[in-house]
Ligand binder design. Structure first.
Ligand SMILES: Nc1ncnc2c1ncn2[C@@H]1O[C@H](COP(=O)(O)OP(=O)(O)OP(=O)(O)O)[C@@H](O)[C@H]1O
Length: 310
């Protein structure tokens, strides 16, 4: 359910509830829930194959969910009145028609969503594509130029919400810096951004909140400051398997990393569970961004393509 503040404004711009996508017995997205606050930039983080694109495709009505639901601006995407002017979407920048020029792509999109032609030049200027570049056919675009054109399409209708799948892909360091500025400016002006990435540091700089996903499930979620300062508790024990099972039973998220178990709870909670189970702790560390980094690296290591097929 979406909720409204007393002023009638939406309290959350995107709401994802128990969203699940199964292909046969394989769960690409497994019961994920999170909310995106107005005016925030949310980094949707996960290694290759974690389920980010599938989740975003469900949010934008391109793939039906097996169960659960997602709403944008309080409605299922397909029920939005004019989605192109309410939600800017960039899921696959390479999907643009290769035979059209960048300007043609945007002009057609402008007609489709009902914005004036003048908006095309504004969008091109926003993403830094020159007149000469806008006149080239998309098949001759570099990956970075395609990303810029994809962003221009997403921004064309002056939407309130942006949903962007790996927008930094193919951009050089200067391009990434530019994109961060653009998205930060969009959010500071009241817009809301959900962007995915497989690079922690890339989104760490720009995001207000982070949702971390691995093998289709959310493994960490919260404000960036909270996650980075908390960073979980890293623990090694005489019986990691038994401790993990006990923490699972206590409803705490646990991730196995090469450095030990990273637990999404304070060290005191971990110590108490270990004591109850009579498990000897060999190491118990809390705080710092290492926990988040370790969790992310271990997800990256364990979520290889072979791993996800298992
Ligand atoms: N149509 C499909 N049929 C079967 N499996 C699929 C289908 N689409 C996606 N998958 C699988 O679902 C999992 C999640 O894929 P998804 O593309 O959502 O991951 P991702 O996090 O976006 O990865 P990347 O960073 O590589 O883009 C993968 O294992 C993928 O192979």
């Amino acid at each position: 359910m979406w909720s409204a503040t007393w002023e009638g404004r939406l309290a959350t711009m995107i709401t994802v509830e128990n969203l699940t996508k199964r292909y046969g017995s394989f769960s690409a997205v497994d019961d994920i829930s999170f909310e995106v606050r107005p005016g925030s930039v949310v980094g949707f983080l996960g290694p290759n194959g974690a389920g980010k694109s599938t989740a975003m495709r469900m949010m934008t009505g391109l793939t039906p969910a097996t169960s659960g639901r997602a709403t944008v601006l309080g409605k299922a995407y397909r029920d939005l009145h004019n989605p192109g002017r309410q939600v800017g979407v960039m899921l696959d920048a390479s999907a643009q028609h290769p035979g059209r020029t960048g300007r043609e792509v945007l002009r057609l999109a402008a007609i489709q969503i009902g914005v004036p032609r003048s908006r095309v030049d504004e969008a091109l200027a926003l993403v830094g594509l020159t007149d000469e570049e806008a006149g080239r056919r998309v098949r001759n675009y570099s990956l970075g130029m395609r990303q810029r054109l994809g962003l221009a399409s997403a921004l064309l209708g002056q939407p309130e919400v942006l949903i962007l799948d790996e927008p930094a892909n193919g951009l050089d360091p200067q391009g990434i810096h530019w994109m961060r500025g653009l998205l930060r400016g969009f959010a500071d002006g009241g817009g809301t951004v959900l962007l995915s990435s497989h690079l922690l540091h890339e989104v760490q700089v720009i995001a207000d909140d982070l949702v971390m996903i691995g093998r289709g499930r959310i493994v960490a979620r919260g404000t960036k400051d909270e996650l980075l300062s908390r960073g979980g508790t890293t623990v090694r024990s005489s019986d990691d398997r038994g401790l993990r099972a006990a923490l699972d039973r206590a409803g705490v998220t646990v991730t196995q990393t090469p450095a030990g178990l990273v637990v999404d709870a304070e060290s005191g909670v971990v110590g108490r569970v270990a004591l109850d189970e009579r498990i000897v702790l060999l190491e118990l560390r809390s705080g710092g961004s290492e926990g988040l980094e370790e969790m992310f690296l271990s997800l990256t290591a364990s979520t290889s393509r072979e791993g996800t097929a298992a």
